[in-house]
Design a protein around this ligand. Structure first.
Ligand code: FES
Length: 112
């Protein structure tokens, strides 16, 4: 895994009042959000049928809710807490004094 800087600060990422947004990181689109003052990140598309996660919301329990069919996923683990059996990819996020970073997996090379 390697850390990729995505912004200097939260203000750069979110429009006022928004808790979810999309960002492009290293050729991938991710959804990034805030829950209880902590930054979280996941795949931009719902594993069920491709719903745009950034157009959903985060519920009081910290689950991200897909706007299409309202399946819920833990923003911690990616577990599909409404029981449909899907799994949402979660990315690590770190806020450091020099910016906001996302933990990305190495892309597999020709021989990897
Ligand atoms: S596409 Fe997300 S719940 Fe169906």
């Amino acid at each position: 895994m390697f850390w990729k800087k995505i912004a200097e600060s939260r203000d750069e990422l979110f429009q006022s009042g928004k808790e979810l947004t999309e960002i492009d990181v290293d050729g991938r689109t991710l959804c990034i959000g805030i829950h209880q003052e902590k930054l979280k990140a996941c795949a931009a598309k719902c594993p069920h049928a491709g719903g745009k996660m950034a157009a959903g919301y985060v519920d009081a329990l910290g689950n991200i809710v897909c706007p299409l069919h309202r399946y819920k996923f833990s923003f911690e683990s990616g577990r599909n807490v409404t029981g449909e059996g899907y799994f949402l990819k979660i990315y690590k996020v770190e806020e450091r004094s020099d910016g906001i970073f996302i933990g990305m997996e190495e892309k597999k090379g020709l021989f990897g």
